[in-house]
Ligand binder design. Structure first.
Ligand code: 5GP
Length: 177
């Protein structure tokens, strides 16, 4: 099998672009069914989710909106460590059916901090769509309502996910050897 070198690390092909396409199509069909007659607001988390969000959104056939945000973490004043804040979240969430679009849920830390912040805006509903999930890495349990793939606790890149800035443009998903 051909390996791929990115920076100092070697990766092997793991999920083909055809498998990704199939799962994105399935996830979109589930969302289309669940949101019939509604107008969901997709909130895609940059940078990693940009390709998944674009491919997923193209397959959504109910009326829908999308916005992109970036999460930044900074050291809070308390000793509890980093605090997450959303940049670019200017949409009105009150009474909206919100779907968060993530590339991967790993430890669950990011969403465990971010989802309660969104609840403060009182959306009508709040769901999570993630392309990938590593259950073995879970520290904070997150309910993923729409999931592409369950994967083992190994680093992956491609299809929007990077390794130190590189690899986001790969059409397939690669796994660290
Ligand atoms: P969590 O807060 O769930 O631990 O981590 C979520 C974020 O960590 C993801 O949005 C992603 O940016 C990054 N991440 C976690 N696992 C991987 C991985 O295997 N590959 C890459 N490229 N990023 C990952």
């Amino acid at each position: 099998m051909s390996t791929l070198k990115v920076h100092d690390k070697e990766f092997i092909p793991y999920i083909t672009s055809q498998q990704i396409e199939e799962q994105v199509t399935r996830v979109a069909a589930e969302i289309n069914k669940d949101y019939e007659g509604k107008r969901p607001l997709f909130i895609a988390i940059l940078n990693g989710a940009f390709i998944f969000a674009a491919d997923l959104f193209k397959k959504i056939n109910v009326e829908a909106e999308i916005c992109f945000i970036k999460l930044a973490s900074y050291k809070g004043v308390k000793s509890t460590g980093k605090v997450i804040t959303a940049i670019g979240l200017d949409a009105e969430l009150y009474n909206r059916d919100v779907i968060i679009v993530e590339d991967i849920v790993d430890t669950g830390k990011t969403l465990s901090q971010f989802l309660p912040q969104l609840e403060h805006h009182h959306p009508a509903s709040l769901k999570v769509a993630s392309l990938l999930h590593k259950p073995a890495a879970t520290v904070h349990s997150i309910k993923i309502d729409y999931l592409g793939f369950t994967i083992p606790d190994k680093f992956v890149l491609g299809y929007g996910l990077d390794y130190d800035g590189l690899g986001r443009n790969l059409k397939e998903i690669y796994q660290l050897i």
